[in-house]
Design a protein around this ligand. Structure first.
Ligand code: AMP
Length: 279
């Protein structure tokens, strides 16, 4: 069944209020659309009245980024949401989310300084602001995020904790293609040649985990080996290759606590991110 699409805050609130009155827990999956199996897995993990938002959020894109050309595929998205069991789609326009004179932002210090935050100034401020607004609009009991955007999930969990937002944040595993490439709405930008080499990013993260498992505990050495590996991918430009504290995302000297290897790599003009927790 195709879930209905509502575009106003009043309509989504009315539908959620009705579901809550029927004793249904409210689950929420925020997305930017161009949905794929990674998003579907979040929807399938969600119970019971499942709201999916589809909103390409302008405040998380830099001036030179792909906001205007970000794929918008609402009909296919609605179908995928229906197959995955979503109850309702909230697809507001920019004016509904950011009326003129919106001047308030949510910002999580520190966690957003590194990795994608360093490469994309203001990105996480935009993400936190829109997610907090969506939480206040939908008022879910549980919200589902993907481990693919590891830093984003950590930052949102921190915001929820610090600002006492009454929602449970759950993080679901990264869904990958059979060859290991993490599913992403941006994969469709890849040329045939870029798509062929893209799975090597995940293989190199796995090699980092193997090195750590074999006893390499020096984070800087792991990082330089990873960066050197990534640089061998034809047409790749490494944005960052880091091994950081899995909880705080701060730089690490030694792997004496849980760590995550996180990378961002440009293949042509497409920026791909991936990560792997080092056990
Ligand atoms: P996006 O539409 O890219 O903003 O992503 C919306 C949500 O889907 C975020 O919580 C992402 O982490 C999650 N997501 C995107 N790709 C994947 C994937 N390959 N596996 C799991 N979750 C994903």
């Amino acid at each position: 069944m195709l879930p209905p699409i509502v575009t106003t805050i009043a309509d989504v609130r009315a539908a959620v209020d009705a579901a809550r009155a029927a004793q249904k827990p409210i689950a929420f999956v925020p997305t930017m659309g161009a949905l794929h199996e990674g998003h579907a897995a979040l929807v399938r993990a969600a119970r019971e009245f499942v709201v999916v938002s589809i909103f390409v959020n302008p405040t998380q894109f830099g001036p030179k980024e792909d906001f205007a050309k970000y794929p918008r595929t609402i009909e296919a998205d609605q179908k995928l949401c229906g197959e995955a069991g979503a109850s309702l789609i909230f697809a507001p326009g920019v004016e509904e989310m950011y009326p003129t004179n919106s001047v308030t932002f949510a910002d999580v210090a520190k966690l957003g300084d590194h990795l994608c935050g360093a490469a994309r100034p203001g990105h996480f401020r935009g993400v936190c602001t829109v997610v907090l607004k969506l939480f206040n609009i939908v008022r879910p009991d549980v919200a589902h995020f993907g481990a693919k955007d590891y830093q984003q999930a950590r930052i949102i969990a921190q915001m929820v904790r610090d600002l006492n937002v009454p929602v449970e944040v759950r993080v679901e595993p990264t869904v990958r293609e059979a060859d290991g490439l993490a599913l992403s709405s941006r994969n469709r930008y890849l040329s045939t040649d870029e798509r062929t080499v893209a799975p090597r990013i995940y293989q190199m993260l796995q090699a980092t985990r193997t090195r750590a498992g074999a006893g390499e505990i020096d984070a800087a050495r792991l990082e330089s080996a990873l960066a050197a590996d990534l640089a061998t991918i034809p047409g790749a430009r490494v944005d960052y290759a880091r091994v950081v504290d899995a909880e705080t995302l701060q730089p690490l000297a030694r792997l004496d606590r849980p760590a995550v290897a996180a990378v961002a790599v440009f293949l042509g003009t497409t920026r791909l991110i991936d990560n792997l927790v080092l056990a």
